[in-house]
Every structure is written in structure tokens, then in C-alpha cells.
Design a protein around this ligand. Sequence first.
Ligand code: ATP
Length: 316
Amino acid sequence: MPTPVLYTQGVCKSFGDHVALAPLDAEVQTGRIVGLLGPNGAGKTTLLRMVTGITKPDRGELRMWGQPHHRDLLTRMGYLPEERGLYKSMRVAEQVLYFATLRGMARPDAERELKGWFERLEVEGWWNREVADLSKGMAQKIQFIATVLHRPELLILDEPFSGLDPINAGLVRNEMLRLVKDHGTTLLLSTHDMGSVEALCDEVILLHKGQKVLAGATDAVREDARKGRIRVAVRGNLMAFVAELGARAELLSKSTRDGAATAAEAIHDLELSLPEGWGMPEFLSWAVQHVQVLEAVPLRLSMEEVFVQTVESATP
Ligand code: ATP
């Protein structure tokens, strides 16, 4: 296994009596986009602040690129914190270039890179504007550029889409994907925007009340959360079919389409939960003996549904 960018074992943090993060084991590999999800107060920012060295874990082991945290690693990271921090009285380009030089970039390189970023994020006209004149979304784009300009290997982004309209959010999303594809950048992304999680994240870690309640590849997590649920459209006598179904599978919902002349011709849309060991092929070969199956698809849960389902079932 290659050395992970981030490795934590038993890392935890409390503030007084309050456990902000219970002992957490996690790994983030190079070039992955990992979504850090969770309800408000779940512990996401607490973890990100430990990864960026702003706070220290109370206990546990935290390694970055195989090493214990130390100051020199900071230039390899870019952190977009939840609370935004641009100096209002400075001009836009001047400010971003200032941050880049603080992170060890030579000024001519930073200027060249910045021009590219201004073009890609469509902010060419803002080079000499004052930060105070920027709208929330504009300031967000500039702060994103300030975070990525020095080409960090690990990008840590706390709510990077807040304040962005769908077009600008799309621009920023595409740039994130480009960084991963062209430079092998690793992204740790905390967001409540589940659409972006579906579009971007290879993996997710879901925290709830400081505990890791779900983790894994995004597709696998969505498939697991389905819990055997399928959607089928069948033609035939529903009462007879449900009687045959008996305890074989659970009928979660049913609706009958209008327009059938007889019960036998009626089309029904059903949601079923298949028990373990009874997959789609087994169900279909059984069902066709009783009804005409017009359509059968595994239920695909959105990340939002996975989030709500997981948090609700983890809440006593
Ligand atoms: P959100 O989605 O609302 O940003 P979050 O998942 O980022 O939430 P954290 O900011 O990590 O949550 O907070 C986790 C818990 O720790 C919260 O209950 C918060 O009040 C508490 N907390 C965080 N920082 C401190 C601090 N410096 N002092 C005291 N309590 C804190």
C-alpha cells in the first residue's frame, strides 16, 4: 500500500466536557477526492483544523505523508477555511500574490499562475479591484484561487461552494477535477452540498456527533444504503401478487396507474425490499410466474438520502 496523504488512528478532540471528535481512524490516499460529511456540529471542522495543524489532537496518531505533523508540511497543503479571510483594503491580485509568496512561491511564477487561474475562473477584470468591492461569491472564487495557487498536494476545503451560484460552483468543481487529473492533487472536502459530493467524491466519511458513522467508496456506500430495495412496474392482479409475495419480500410502497379496464390489466408501481440472498435475478425468475414484469431497477439512493437515513438511524 502506498503511504497515505493522511492517516489517523484514534485521533480525538474534546473541548471541556464536550467530545467534538471521538477516536477516529481514517486514511486518505493520493489523488482521491474524499468528502467529509456530517450534520452541523459533527466534528468536521475540528478534524480539518487538526489536519492543517491549527489544533492538536488530545490523543491518537496523525500522520501526513507518513510523517508526524510539522510546520514544513504546511506548504504542501492548501486550506480554505469555513470563515473567509481576505484583507478588505488590499487589491485582489496583490493579496493573492502575497499569500503565494508566504507559501514559498517566487513572485514571477505566482503572477504567471495567477493569470491562468483568473482566466479559468473567469475573473480577468478583477486583478486591480479592491477586495471590499467583491460580492460574497466573487470573494469565494478569489479565496479558492489563493488556496490553490501554490499547487498544494493536499487541498482541504471547508464548504468551498458556499455563496457560489450554480454556474460558478460548476466552474470551481471542474477545476477541482482538473487538479486531480493533471496534478494528482488530493482533496479533502467538507460540504453540505450532496450534489457536489455525488459529482466529485470518490470516497466519503460521514461524522455524526463526533463519531464516524459511515465511510467508504461513494458508490459502495450508496449501494449498501439501498438495503435490497428495488422498484418494479408489474401488470396483473395486485392482491393475488401480494398474497403470493407473502413474507418473501417486504412491500414498501405501491401505486396503481390509471386507465386499466380490468384488475388483471392494471399496472402497479411497487417498491420492495428484498431479503439478503434474494437478489434481482432470483426475484425476477419468481415474479414472472405471477405477474408481467414491465420494469425492475435497483433503487438508487441519492447521497442526500444516504445522509439522512444514516444520521437518523444513528440518532437514538
Ligand atoms: P458545521 O457543519 O456546523 O460547520 P462541524 O461538523 O464543522 O459543524 P465543528 O466545528 O467541528 O463541527 O464542531 C464540533 C463540536 O465542537 C461542536 O459542538 C462545536 O460547538 C464544538 N467546538 C468546536 N470548536 C470549539 C472550540 N474552539 N471551543 C469549544 N467548542 C468547540
